[in-house]
Design a protein around this ligand. Structure first.
Ligand code: FAD
Length: 308
């Protein structure tokens, strides 16, 4: 027998929360409670939590900033491990350092912080990430991208923890990156990465970040609660364009609505739940298939309450 309260002895005070609402930890703000949420600060913390869970056969899953995942209304039966932080101490999962043309970043560093940090040192290549609300680990997992750039173009190497206790570094050359996908071992935990960037005038890099931010404000419902683009763009086309042409803009089920500003964003009016989100996804997908003959594939990961 075990009690989730025993986890509290493994991490600093406040870093284990029992029966925690997952709506609070995702940008879409829906989802029920997880049995436990752990907020590890170091690789050692991670090893402790995973070791504890493995010994007891308890499922666990990882999130970064929760901007590409949606939890079930039933939440998650097991431990959610969230890797995100901002204190730049060297041994944390959110360290951030420059070394010549390289930037070393922990898995929990936000892409916005990474972009501005690189700009300050006159290092270009990560500006596109400034408006993506993810952190390094979650964003490498999905090879995040925008403005015709993606993370794979700047990654030199990736640090992994492969449960239960193997710590290793892989070269980016050994990873297959594709559109919003990598073939990194699905069981591996990304703990950090090294980026190789291109020297450029800081002012030019900052200008690029500012213009990307402005473009986003004009084209995306940035002020609304969403999980970003719900569907992947089919080859050579845009999911938003197809959903718009199929006449789905403004459709809603309960508190979930197809954004009027960008049809590939489903937004939460404040009353949304995951069941309604499923229903709206199905309606949109069916309509696009009937009207446009294209089957849309989800970009967002919708999590089941039982399996990691
Ligand atoms: C307003 C808005 C705009 C967006 N714009 C874009 C965009 O332009 N381009 C784009 O690509 N995406 C975009 N997104 C989607 C999302 O922000 C990105 O996919 C982001 O990279 C996800 O990072 P995250 O830290 O939130 O990951 P999460 O959503 O927390 O996790 C994503 C996946 O990664 C796994 N994971 C998390 N951490 C780790 C880790 N340390 N090791 C291994 N696996 C891990 C999780 O289990 C999950 O499967 C947008 C989202 C929003 C809300």
């Amino acid at each position: 027998m075990y009690s989730y309260a025993d986890l509290e002895g493994l991490l600093k005070p406040g870093k284990v929360r029992l029966n925690e609402s997952m709506a609070r930890h995702t940008t879409f703000r829906v989802g029920g409670r997880a049995d436990a949420l752990c907020l590890p600060e170091t690789r050692y913390d991670l090893l402790e939590v995973i070791g504890w869970a493995s010994l007891r056969g308890i499922p666990w899953l990882l999130i970064g900033n929760g901007s590409n995942v949606i939890f079930d209304d039933e939440g998650f039966r097991g431990i959610v491990i969230k890797i995100r932080g901002s204190n730049p101490a060297n041994d944390t999962l959110w360290h951030l350092n420059k070394d010549h043309d390289l930037i070393h970043a922990g898995a929990g560093v936000s892409l916005a912080r990474l972009a501005w940090f690189s700009a300050a040192y006159g290092m270009s290549g990560l500006e596109f990430g400034s408006g993506i609300p993810g952190v390094v680990g979650g964003s490498i997992r999905g090879n995040a991208g925008a403005h015709n750039c993606e993370l794979s173009q700047s990654i030199e190497s990736i640090e992994l923890l492969i449960p239960p206790n193997t710590i290793t570094t892989i070269s980016a050359a050994d990873v297959h990156f594709s559109y919003r996908h990598t073939d990194i071992d699905p069981n591996a935990i990304i703990t950090g990465a090294v980026f190789r960037l291109i020297p450029e005038e800081p002012e030019l890099i900052r200008d690029r970040i500012t213009s990307f931010t402005e473009y986003r404000k004009q084209t995306q419902p940035s002020a609304d609660q969403s999980a970003g683009c719900m569907f992947k763009n089919p080859s050579g086309d845009s999911a938003g364009r197809l959903i718009d042409l199929a006449g789905c803009k403004g459709w809603h089920v309960g508190g979930v609505k197809v954004s009027e500003q960008h049809a590939n964003f489903l937004v939460n009016s404040g009353e949304a739940n995951t069941a309604d989100t499923h229903r709206l996804i199905d309606k949109v997908r069916d309509r696009v298939l009937i009207e446009m003959g294209i089957e849309l594939e989800l970009e967002v990961r919708i999590l089941s309450p039982e399996v990691a």
